[in-house]
Design a protein around this ligand. Structure first.
Ligand code: XIL
Length: 378
């Protein structure tokens, strides 16, 4: 498994290391070696800048489109497909032999209403919803066959509260089996592509139990799910690393591969800690919520570095299950956490600052990767 996933990325890494005459372990991807891929989510605009392109190739062995592959981006109107932005990202990753991740085929956000709802807001009849889902997945997965290594087939289907499944437009139209059907359609569209279930807070016990239930049900129904994606939108203090450790171990015990798919560490205060972007609409920015406009104070840089080091120790410990760690953005200036859950924040959640300079958190992660960390006994 690991060898196939890492082969393309490793070849490229060796070539690059050779051509610049650098010592090994100078970059994130080199330091991670064959233990897991290190990815970044990107917007196409970053590709306009040669320096930033070079930085993406230097440090990251995997690329995810931050928004470009989402349903409303690629099929805004029924049967009208707009692939220019996704194509740009796919071409970049392919050209640089980076492992391309497709995000996402089905989500309750960033999906045009027509897919599962009538103009009056009522759910489409099941057969219509299924036909729309099938057509979308066929076309999108089919287009990137041979380019996308794996798809987040379904994103965020679990409810945050008591109920099991989130009430989504797809569920209301198709029924509870919409998740299973999405996995089936994706597999039919490209039998070789990897298929992932992706969600946030599934490291927390109450939601983790639901994720395990869902993944067991999918398996029992004959679906193939190659990995579970833990998004990893975390803060300086939450969740504690033991919770992450326990969650990875629990998914591993289910026979699943684990991807950390959207890693960032929010350093700003927040009224709510949910990563459900729907909460964004209600949030109001106050100066107290945005204290680091002029840069991150040393003490907080240090906390961020320690937090990342602790997380990467857990990832290394479970490198037999973790195939990929992707940051949700290449550097602080590109992070969605500058505008979520409130607009106008100056956030510092990643390893590189606004000038693409490595932060103390970068050095801390490199230190942990170089040490190699402890390995869990199988
Ligand atoms: C976010 C993007 O980063 C933003 O640019 C966009 O405005 C909203 O979506 N969970 C996910 C990602 O699965 O797709 C979200 O990405 C962040 C939360």
């Amino acid at each position: 498994m690991k060898s196939t996933l890492l082969l393309a990325a490793c070849c490229c890494m060796t070539l690059l290391a050779g051509s610049r005459g650098a010592s090994a372990h100078e970059t994130l991807r080199d330091a991670a070696g064959d233990r897991f891929l290190v990815g970044a989510a990107i917007a196409p605009a970053i590709l306009n800048d040669p320096a930033q392109r070079a930085m993406l190739v230097k440090h990251f062995s995997s690329i995810t489109g931050e928004n470009a592959f989402k349903p409303d981006q690629v099929q805004p109107k029924p049967g009208t497909f707009t692939f220019a932005e996704a194509d740009r990202i796919a071409a970049f990753a392919t050209q640089n032999k980076q492992v391309l991740i497709g995000h996402t085929l089905l989500w309750h956000q960033q999906t045009a209403k027509w897919m599962f709802e009538a103009p009056d807001g009522s759910p489409l009849p099941r057969e219509q919803g299924l036909a729309n889902l099938r057509a979308h997945i066929n076309t999108v997965v089919g287009r990137y066959r041979g380019q996308v290594h794996g798809w987040d087939v379904v994103n965020e289907a679990l409810d945050d509260g008591e109920p099991y499944l989130r009430q989504t437009p797809a569920l209301r139209s198709i029924g509870d089996d919409y998740i299973l059907r999405a996995f089936e359609f994706a597999r039919l569209a490209d039998p070789d592509v990897q298929l992932y279930y992706n969600d946030y807070n599934i490291e927390l016990p109450h939601k983790r139990a639901k994720a395990i239930r869902l993944l067991r049900e999918l398996k029992a129904a004959g679906a193939r799910v190659d990995a579970v994606g833990i998004q990893g939108h975390w803060s300086l203090s939450s969740p504690d690393v033991q919770t992450v450790d326990d969650a990875v171990a629990a998914f591993k015990a289910e026979g699943l591969r684990v991807h950390i798919t959207e890693l960032d560490v929010d350093v700003l205060p927040r009224a709510t800690v949910t990563a459900d972007i729907a909460a964004g609409g209600n949030a109001i920015l106050s100066p107290a919520d945005n204290p680091y406009v002029d840069g991150l104070p040393t003490a907080v840089q240090t906390r961020l570095a320690e937090r990342y080091a602790a997380l990467f120790r857990v990832f290394l410990k479970h490198d037999d299950a973790i195939e990929r760690v992707t940051f949700w953005g290449p550097s602080d200036g590109w992070s969605w956490l500058n505008s979520w859950p409130t607009k106008g924040r100056t956030n510092h959640p990643l390893l590189f600052d606004r000038q693409f300079k490595p932060k103390p958190a970068f050095d801390a992660v490199m230190g942990v990767l170089r040490e190699g960390g402890e390995r869990a006994t199988p």
